[in-house]
Write a protein that binds this ligand. Structure first.
Ligand SMILES: COc1nc(N)nc2c1ncn2[C@H]1C[C@H](O)[C@@H](COP(=O)(O)OP(=O)(O)OP(=O)(O)O)O1
Length: 161
């Protein structure tokens, strides 16, 4: 059976020129999941009927004290027609032909976990060039426990164990 993943070519902002999933910053008054839904609608013009949380990814760039946390949701249940928007040019890819050379380098590591059905918490350390991964540590999260990791603190503590 062919399994497809929707990626978008980022047309502006952080990660411009890279292919990635759909997402962005949480706005005031929103939950993280609400932000994920809003970004999917804004960037691919589709509405998720159901979102499953599958990961929390931390990014630390050398010389930058701020650690970015990205909360990863997947859906195969959505309404609407996938459409190019101002921010993203969407395209479907067979999961056996993911264009990793046009993506953030961390995707090559965690996308296969996603396709294998795993949930996970992972931290990537990057050089300041934002292209070179100097190390990463991760933990798989048992089925059903990911949705209870509501904030970054729980997940970060898991990585420190
Ligand atoms: C550093 O490595 C990254 N890898 C991957 N796979 N994804 C990343 C990486 N860094 C950021 N992202 C994701 C997180 C978001 O889904 C997007 C965009 O991030 P950001 O919120 O910083 O970008 P903006 O376009 O400025 O957001 P707004 O839509 O809120 O303006 O990339």
């Amino acid at each position: 059976m062919t399994r497809l993943l929707l990626l978008g070519l980022k047309k502006r902002g952080f990660g411009k020129g890279k292919k990635n999933g759909f997402g962005g910053k949480v706005e005031r008054g929103e939950t993280i999941e609400q932000a994920a839904r809003r970004e999917l609608k804004e960037e691919a013009n589709i509405t998720a009927n159901f979102l499953e949380k599958r990961g929390i990814i931390y990014f630390k760039f050398e010389e930058d004290p701020v650690i970015m946390d990205v909360h990863l949701y997947v859906t195969s249940d959505f309404t609407g027609q996938v459409t190019e928007t101002d921010e993203m040019k969407p395209e479907w890819y067979d999961i056996d032909s993911i264009p990793y050379d046009q993506m953030w380098p961390d995707d090559r590591i965690w996308n296969p976990w996603l396709f294998a059905g795993k949930s996970f918490v992972v931290r990537f350390d990057f050089k300041a060039d934002q292209e070179t991964i100097t190390g990463y540590k991760y933990k798989f999260v048992p089925w059903g426990e990911m949705s209870q990791m509501r904030d970054s603190y729980n997940a970060f503590a898991l990585l420190q164990e």
